[in-house]
Design a binder for this molecule. Structure first.
Ligand SMILES: O=P(O)(O)OC[C@H]1O[C@](O)(COP(=O)(O)O)[C@@H](O)[C@@H]1O
Ligand SMILES: [Mg+2]
Ligand SMILES: [Mg+2]
Length: 335
């Protein structure tokens, strides 16, 4: 029988006697516990009163809140109660909660990612990012490279938790019989090349030239510049796209576009792009806005949006080159 590493053992081994690591491990354990309860709630769906119905309210980013957004936020918040956080930011709260003393880490999270999938019985998830609290510095203003840990949970056919503690990426799957997460993959590596891309193509007419060029190259397949056929996927949940990319490579794009309010795309830097970029880089992939490495960007607001391109590093590099070319061309055109 295979003996697998339990998530709580993994975080305890990481924690040792170091206070920052202990606080980080406690936060990861809290997300794991909350996610088990969220997974059960999602599994029962309408039987537990979850329908994906809107709440008649909007979150800080102007998104309509669904019943599960609100419930998941409450469950994560309750699980984190005894964790030594100094600042806590959620997608569902306008401002961060700040504690005056005892804070060792700052935590940002998206309690329920992919909300539009709830009512259709498709994949959703939870994303989290953990940074050291820095005395005298406004929380959530450090670049993503300051993260000590990041992870996400995918509530799909299996409930799995993807985690980086800054030394590679591990995947744990919930064993429903024991109610514990067991490691199924360690040192996950994203293939440098891929033949799969993910983008919401309904926005094509609003894209910038570099994104249009890239997608055209993918669609041209064997007959085009890439000289190979590409497959396309769009699950409308960042967690599911990221999981697929970790398992079999690929490139995901949510670029800025010309729609009102979408100049920086749709995804939020602090609790979506930063943690995903940390995980993807730790797995050997890359994450960029097209013009800048995501982990170099320091937020100026908790709910700030950012264009996100991530995945297999050779295709991400191709997208960066297309953006650079386009910027060079526009500078020349202006001269
Ligand atoms: O509906 P669109 O524009 O394709 O956007 C889908 C994207 O929006 C998100 O659902 C945003 O996250 P939330 O559901 O947490 O707001 C991503 O998971 C997904 O990649
Ligand atoms: Mg989200
Ligand atoms: Mg959300």
């Amino acid at each position: 029988m295979t003996v697998r590493t339990d998530l709580f053992q993994h975080t305890a081994d990481f924690a040792g006697q170091d206070p920052l690591r202990q606080a980080t491990a406690a936060a990861v354990d809290a997300f794991a516990k909350a996610s088990i309860a969220i997974s059960e709630l999602i599994g029962r769906g309408a039987l537990a009163g979850i329908t994906g119905a809107t709440q008649g309210s909007e979150n800080a980013d102007g998104d309509v809140q669904k019943d599960l957004d609100v419930r998941a936020d409450e469950m994560v918040r309750a699980a984190l109660k005894d964790v030594a956080w100094g600042a806590l930011a959620s997608e569902e709260a306008e401002t961060a909660d700040i504690r005056d003393s005892g804070g060792i880490i700052d935590i940002a999270y998206d309690p329920l990612d992919g909300s539009s999938n709830i009512e259709t019985n498709m994949t959703v998830g939870t994303i989290f990012s953990i940074m050291p609290s820095v005395a005298g510095k406004v929380p959530f203003t450090s670049p993503g490279s300051a993260q000590v840990a990041a992870g996400f949970v995918v509530y799909g056919p299996q409930t799995s938790l993807v985690l980086t503690l800054g030394h590679g990426v591990d995947i744990f799957t919930l064993d429903r019989a024991s109610g514990r997460y067991q490691r199924i993959r360690s040192d996950v590596q994203i293939s440098a090349d891929c033949a799969e891309f993910a983008i919401n193509a309904s926005n094509q007419r609003h894209w910038e030239a570099p994104v249009r060029d890239f997608v055209e190259q993918c669609l041209a397949g064997k007959d085009g510049a890439k000289a190979k056929n590409f497959n396309m996927r769009w699950i409308a949940a960042l967690v599911a796209e990221a999981y697929r990319i970790l398992v079999r490579g690929g490139v995901f794009l949510y670029p800025g576009d010309a729609r009102k309010g979408y100049s920086d795309g749709r995804l939020r830097l602090v609790y979506e792009a930063h943690p995903m970029a940390f995980i993807v880089e730790q797995a050997g992939g890359a994450a960029t806005t097209g013009r800048r490495r995501i982990l170099d960007v320091a937020p100026t607001a908790i709910h700030q949006r950012i264009p996100l391109i991530m995945g297999s590093k050779n295709e991400v590099a191709c997208l960066e080159a297309l953006h650079l070319d386009a910027d060079g061309a526009s500078v020349q055109a202006a001269e």
